[in-house]
Structures are given as structure tokens and as C-alpha cells.
Design a protein around this ligand. Structure first.
Ligand code: PLP
Length: 406
């Protein structure tokens, strides 16, 4: 990266902490990322200078907050290269975006006997909402299998596609395996079969440039808190032609045009999908996070993290008894592994005492664990502020944990 790693780390106050007297090595970025000072400052500035409910007030503060919120929307539009601001809907996270589409799309397009396609590696957030919709609409859920390496088997996908396939919902990057899926190809194949595609970008937008127009996806969702922004933020992108056809997901203020007891007409996009008081404060802080990573450059971040991934992959192999899951050549710096027969939790606890934060368990991908025939893994997930030295610390920590658990 052209920006110095020490400069980047200094932007994140939490990273200078010690844990049990050891410098914090934060490798749980797949769960949530830390926040740079600009994001924290924005939250303070919004509440100290600009807080008023948006869209409804005629007064100065409300107009300022409204303008700020809509500017945040424009920033998101540019970040994912959407064609129009109205295609950007603020949500509370990736989960909320998927639920909104599973419900609204289901109401509009799904008939009994239709197929919804997912993949083996989906997060529960991209499984359960579709199961609920399929149960409601008597539709069928089908699963695109993956290889031992953790890659989609595209020939199987081609076989599953049929005139009954309405929508394919898949993750851009696996939160457990790190696999970067060939989403562009999947989208092309799905469109040729007449199906729509939702891409879950929760593990992608913080690691690589994303261009929704180039991908040609119909829907794209992500979480703000995994992109260095505040919790309780997320984005649902949808092609306006499609979003216009969908019924609203939730009713309430702001999403309406005219309300009578006899019936209600709805507001235009994006407000039709933003019922109630929007999270304008956190959306503005998410804008700061996006400006922050954009200033460093998503291409640069991707290149840096790829070199970190290659180094970590090589170094982790030196740990006795390590068994890796997710060995696709095209992957992000996310490593899932087990250490001999030791329970992932025990390894995670020992690493924690060394100041190294990893996650253990199923990572909200139980069907993937079933496929792998395991009950859980240790997961180390890196972000732009992690260093090569931290890879060494993780590897040393695993060597030590391995010998302590003998
Ligand atoms: N999809 C993927 C791939 C994820 O990794 C996650 C969170 O870990 C989600 C969806 C859900 O994100 P959130 O809990 O922020 O809604």
C-alpha cells in the first residue's frame, strides 16, 4: 500500500491496546472490523452539531441532517459503482437486506414449485430468510455444491439451473473459507436461465473493489460494521427497475406517499424500503469509513491483503498438526483450521491469553461444517491494518498452543 501501515494503524485507536499485558493482535475482522478515528469523530460531530430527524423538518438542523444523509447515500453509490442513488437503501446490516429481498421478492415473483438456489458455503443470514420464504410460498431450496478445496462446482450449478429457477443467492466471499466466488460468471449463467441474483457482499466490500454494474447483479448487500463503519448499518443495492416492482418490506413513516384508512400509496425509491426514522447518524459515519478506505484505495488494499494472505498461508503450514479448510487459489486473508485433535475453543482461549483475538466455532455456517464433517474451526481473519508481524505472532502462538495442549 502506498499509505504506510504504521500510519493506518495509528488511525485505529483500539489497536494500540494491550490485552492481558500483550499487544492486541486483532484477527477477528470477519466478525467485525475496528473503527478509524474519523468514524468515531463523525459520530460525535453528528450528535454534537447536527442531530435532528431527517426528511420531515423544515428547520435548519433537520435540513442539514437530511442533506448529510443523502450525501452518505451518494458516497455509497459511488463506492459500489451503482448507477443511481435511489438504488441504495440503508439497512441495519447484510441480514436485514437479505430478509427484505427474500420477503419482497418472494411476494412478487415466487410461485409454488419455483426454485431458489443457494450454495453450501452460505452464512445462516443467506439461508434462513430464504427457507422462511420458501416455506411461505411452497418453493424449493436447492444447494449448489462445493469442492473439497471450497470452490463452487459450476457444472453442478449449470445442472441445477432450470426454467423454475427464480433467484440465486450467493456470497461474494465465504466468511469461513475466504473463497472468492466467480460471481460474475454465476450471474451471467443465472441471467441466461432467466433467474435473478442476490450477492451477499458482507465479506467482500472491505477487501476489494466492487462494481455492481460490471457484475450486473440484481441485488447486493453488505454490512457497515465489517467495513470499518458503525454497528447497525448496512446497505441493500437493487436495480431500480426491479426494486420498483417489489412491494415494500416494512410499513411505517417515510415509506408512504398518502395514507388513508381505505388504503395507502407508497413513496418512491429508495424511501419505499426505508420505513421509520432512518439511522442517519450511523449512515454518515459509514460514509466516513467509505471515504477513509477510498482514500487509501481499494485496489491497494486488495493487493496488500493478498500478499498478507500468501505469507500467512505459507507460514501457517509450518504449524505441526494444522489442517486447513478453504484452500481455493482465489481467496481473501481468512483462514479456517483445526490443530490436531484439539478443540478449537481450547486453542482460541490460549491464543486469547497471548493477546491474539481469533474466532472459534461454526462461524454461522453450520451446513458448511456438516459438509466438511467437522464441528467447528479456529478462524483468523485479516484486514487492511494487520501486519506481517502479526502473522508471525499468530504462527508462534499456534506453535505454543500446540505444545501446551500435548
Ligand atoms: N453474510 C456473511 C457472508 C457474513 O459473514 C455475515 C456476518 O458475519 C453476514 C452475512 C451477516 O452480517 P450482519 O450480521 O452484519 O447482518
Amino acid at each position: 500500500m502506498s499509505t504506510n501501515i504504521d500510519t493506518i494503524r495509528a488511525d485505529f485507536p483500539i489497536l494500540s491496546q494491550t490485552v492481558y499485558g500483550k499487544p492486541l493482535v486483532y484477527l477477528d475482522n470477519g466478525a467485525t472490523t475496528q473503527k478509524p478515528q474519523v468514524v468515531i469523530d463523525t459520530l460525535i460531530r453528528m450528535y454534537s452539531e447536527m442531530n435532528a430527524n431527517i426528511h420531515r423538518g423544515v428547520h435548519f438542523l433537520s435540513e442539514q441532517a437530511t442533506r448529510q444523509y443523502e450525501e452518505a447515500r451518494n458516497t455509497v453509490r459511488d463506492f459500489i459503482h451503482a448507477a443511481y442513488s435511489q438504488e441504495i437503501i440503508f439497512t441495519s446490516g447484510a441480514t436485514a437486506g437479505i430478509n427484505a429481498i427474500a420477503f419482497s421478492y418472494g411476494e412478487r415473483f415466487i410461485r409454488p414449485g419455483d426454485d431458489v438456489l443457494l450454495t453450501t458455503m452460505e452464512h445462516h443470514s443467506n439461508i434462513v430468510p430464504w427457507q422462511m420464504m420458501c416455506a411461505r410460498k411452497q418453493a424449493r431450496l436447492k444447494v449448489i455444491p462445493i469442492s473439497e478445496q471450497g470452490e463452487l462446482i459450476l457444472e453442478e450449478f449449470a445442472r441445477l439451473l432450470s426454467p423454475r429457477t427464480r433467484i440465486v443467492a450467493l456470497t461474494h466471499v465465504s466468511n469461513t473459507l475466504g473463497t472468492i466466488n466467480p460471481v460474475e460468471q454465476v450471474i451471467r449463467m443465472a441471467h441466461l436461465a432467466g433467474a435473478h441474483v442476490l450477492v451477499d457482499g458482507a465479506q467482500a466490500v472491505q477487501h476489494m473493489p466492487v462494481d455492481v454494474q460490471k457484475l450486473d447483479c440484481d441485488f447486493y448487500v453488505f454490512s457497515g460494521h465489517k467495513l470499518f463503519g458503525p454497528t447497525g448499518t448496512g446497505v441493500l443495492y437493487g436495480k431500480s427497475s426491479l426494486l420498483n416492482e417489489l412491494p415494500p418490506y416494512q410499513g411505517g413513516g417515510d415509506m408512504v406517499d398518502c395514507v388513508r384508512f381505505e388504503g395507502t400509496t407508497y413513496n418512491e425509491l429508495p424511501f419505499k424500503f426505508e420505513a421509520g426514522t432512518s439511522n442517519y447518524v450511523d449512515a454518515t459515519a459509514l460514509q466516513s469509513a467509505i471515504k477513509y478506505v477510498s482514500a487509501i484505495g481499494m485496489e491497494q488494499i486488495a493487493a496488500y491483503e493478498t500478499s498478507l494472505m500468501h505469507y500467512a498461508r505459507e507460514q501457517l503450514q509450518t504449524v505441526p498438526g494444522i489442517r486447513m479448510y478453504g484452500t481455493a487459489p482465489l481467496k481473501t486473508a481468512v483462514f479456517s483450521f483445526v490443530l490436531g485433535d484439539h478443540h478449537p475453543y481450547d486453542v482460541g482461549m490460549i491464543l486469547d491469553k497471548m493477546g491474539i483475538a481469533v474466532r472459534t466455532g461454526t462461524h454461522c455456517t453450520q451446513p458448511l461444517m456438516d459438509f466438511l464433517g467437522i464441528t467447528g474451526t479456529i478462524r483468523a481473519s485479516f484486514a487492511l491494518y494487520n501486519t506481517f508481524e502479526e502473522v508471525d505472532q499468530l504462527v508462534a502462538g499456534l506453535h505454543r498452543a500446540g505444545s501446551m495442549l500435548q
